[in-house]
Design a protein around this ligand. Structure first.
Ligand SMILES: [Zn+2]
Length: 318
């Protein structure tokens, strides 16, 4: 009886230790002869696999690196030669240390390396991130754009200033007719605009415009988060971001402050479909408001302030 109990305890603790990795299911979709999209935990990964070997775009969160590598091995057992990071966030760079340490060359925009070598403070997420270890850092950095000629295709990374952060690139595979948007595109949910890291809603709209200028109706779009999209999904995204920004601007022009604009629900037509997964409607409105007003950080919504304002409103009415 006792040994059975011990066995049960042992089994439970083993399960606990592996629970994190076991819970993650990796799915891979082939998009062309050479390009794949992989979903697991963190930002969606792009894979180029062909006669020259492998390279990947983004590498998810650190705890799932072993599972990620296993899933990539199902596509090809050739070495990973390059990693391109779309931006510095930990859910897109978590595998860098292991994969860079194993010999892959990490490529990213100049600002990604700057952020990864210094402590990062996020007001929105209430986190402080220490500098990354050396193996995780980009070895090659670029400014405006960068083209990788590999596996018979010339793929270009385009930098768009001040979008999701201040270091985002989108990657265009012209022969495969695929674009990896990183977190410039959240498909099916409101986007996270990292104002604390130099992001802005205008930059995200510019990135969508740039991608659409490179796309046709059959272009497959890999979003940072959410399911694979088509150019039409990206167009709808761009359109609602512009419409929501216009709605907020009209309220700013009426002299309303952030709380009053949130209370006016300027994004109500999309809130049900897009505002329930992660970014809430008040957060989305704050991203837009702060972007339009040039406020370079997230403004936390303080409960006390909200209450005070409601009291003031009441007094006015009375
Ligand atoms: Zn991100």
């Amino acid at each position: 009886m006792r040994s059975l109990l011990l066995l049960a305890v042992l089994f439970a603790s083993i399960n606990g230790a592996f629970a994190q990795d076991k819970a993650v299911e990796f799915t891979t979709i082939q998009l062309s002869d050479t390009i794949y999209m992989l979903k697991g935990r963190g930002g969606n990964v792009g894979i180029s696999s062909g006669k020259d070997g492998l390279y990947i775009i983004d590498d998810q969160v650190k705890p799932v690196t072993a599972g990620l590598l296993k899933a990539i091995r199902k596509v090809s057992d050739k070495p990973i030669k390059f990693v391109i990071n779309t931006h510095y966030h930990a859910d897109h760079t978590g595998g860098n240390e292991a994969i860079g340490g194993a010999g892959a060359v990490i490529i990213a925009h100049d600002n990604i390396r700057k952020r990864m070598t210094t402590e990062q403070v996020s007001i929105f997420r209430n986190t402080t991130t220490p500098p990354y270890p050396k193996d995780a850092l980009p070895v090659v950095t670029f400014n405006d754009r960068m083209t990788l000629h590999f596996n018979g295709e010339s793929a270009t990374a385009y930098y768009v200033a001040s979008g999701h952060t201040d270091g985002d690139a989108i990657i265009h595979f012209p022969a495969s007719n695929v674009i990896h948007m990183g977190d410039m595109f959240f498909n099916g949910l409101y986007p996270y605009v990292d104002l604390d890291a130099g992001g802005s809603m205008q930059g995200i709209i510019e990135a969508a415009d740039l991608a659409l200028s490179l796309a046709d109706e059959s272009t497959r779009i890999i979003p940072g988060h959410g399911p694979l999209g088509m150019a039409e999904d990206l167009m709808n995204y761009r359109d609602y971001l512009i419409q929501a920004s216009t709605n907020v601007q009209l309220l700013i022009d009426e002299g309303k402050n952030l709380q009053q604009i949130i209370d006016a629900k300027p994004t109500s037509e999309w809130d049900e479909a897009l505002g329930k997964t992660w970014i809430t409607p008040p957060q989305f409105v704050t991203f837009i408001y702060n972007s339009l007003e040039g406020i370079p950080h997230f403004t936390p919504l303080k409960e006390e302030e909200k209450e005070e304002e409601k009291e003031e409103e009441k007094e006015k009415v009375e």
